[in-house]
Design a protein around this ligand. Structure first.
Ligand SMILES: O=C(O)[C@H](O)COP(=O)(O)O
Length: 328
């Protein structure tokens, strides 16, 4: 049954590959969900196991948790957030790798996203080089109950690294490293960047524009196809992000509609056919539990006013309890 929802409530998540003829409505909250049996409160459902990546751990600020402790933990949280509405989303322009800010609505969406993830642990944040994704990450983390400060790491030169060093171990413990990577940038939309999506469809036809926007292997003129975007985004995920999850670190990725579609295609093993129907709304976080090498999709954590389960796993329940008891 094809249904669309602005967020997944826990419990009987419905399989909802969007009907491929459904029009793409800008800003419509569409999230792909997978059907599971209704898990018990702390069930972890193995969906599939992922290939184990080559490990190139990123140099991180120390966050006061010994790696030995983390290595024992075989569960970590992965949160994916597409940036909030950007100025060019609002104008319905193809954006790609053009670096535009959030609108006020996008800022509000980022804050709302933060309220949805405020009880979920985040040890490291990955974002693209584009300000709309970085703004979303920072605004969302402002809502987090742990109140650690996200600190963008500057390794672009030895001087940048030297001049941005933190000399207090305690301050480092109260910080969350933010790693920015061009590999997580939005797919480069080539000669469509800056064009109005509706006018482009009138000029080239709805079918052609939908193919450029949603097919797997058809690139826009002098731009990247989703496949080309996946080659850099998924490779970066496997090389730099998955090792952190394997080390028990909880990860937040703030990125873009298509760089995240390519990562979700990897996480959920979608075919190039299935990914055509995958649409991500702006600013709605999606949670995965990484456990014993496999990714379990948990849908979108509910907002503070929405009824839902207390936590999505035993470990997340314990973390939230510690927050409640101000033990963190
Ligand atoms: O780059 C853009 O224009 C948007 O971020 C995503 O556009 P799309 O939904 O057309 O892929």
């Amino acid at each position: 049954m094809a249904t669309s929802s602005s967020h997944a409530t826990f419990g009987s998540l419905q399989s909802s590959y969007l009907n491929k003829h459904s029009p793409f409505h800008k800003g419509t909250a569409m999230i792909f969900m997978t059907k599971f049996e209704r898990p018990t409160r702390f069930d972890a459902i193995r969906v599939f196991s992922s290939a184990s990546p080559v490990i190139h751990p990123v140099q991180l600020l120390s966050n006061g948790t010994s790696d030995a402790t983390r290595k024992k933990s075989s569960e970590s949280a992965l949160i994916l957030i597409r940036h909030g509405e950007s100025s060019w989303n609002e104008k319905n322009l193809f954006t790609g790798c053009v670096d535009v800010p959030l609108t006020q609505k996008g800022v509000d969406e980022a804050i709302e996203a933060g309220k949805r993830i405020k009880n979920i642990p985040v040890d490291i944040i990955f974002s693209s080089h584009l300000i709309r994704a970085q703004m979303t990450a920072m605004l969302a983390m402002n809502q987090h109950r742990r109140k650690k400060v996200p600190v963008i790491e500057h390794n672009e030169s030895s001087r940048a690294q030297e001049w941005s060093e933190i000399f207090s171990e305690e301050t480092k413990k109260q910080s969350i490293p933010v790693i920015t990577a061009w590999q997580l940038n939005e797919r480069m939309y080539g000669e469509l960047q800056g064009l109005n999506k509706q006018e482009t469809a009138q000029k080239f036809g709805n079918e052609k524009v939908h193919e450029w926007r949603r097919s797997y292997d058809v690139p826009p003129p002098n731009g990247e196809s989703l496949e080309m975007c996946a080659k850099r985004a998924v490779a970066y995920f496997k090389d730099q992000i998955e090792p952190q999850l394997m080390n028990g670190k909880n990860v937040l990725i703030a990125a873009h509609g298509n760089s995240l579609r390519s990562i979700i295609m990897y996480l959920d093993k979608l075919t190039s056919e299935q990914v055509i129907n995958l649409e991500l709304s702006t600013g709605i976080p999606m949670l995965y539990i990484f456990k014993d090498g496999g990714f379990i999709r948990r849908g979108s954590p509910p907002g503070p006013t929405e009824a839902s389960v207390y936590a999505f796993s035993k470990k997340l329940a314990q973390y939230r309890q510690n927050l409640d008891n101000m033990m963190l």
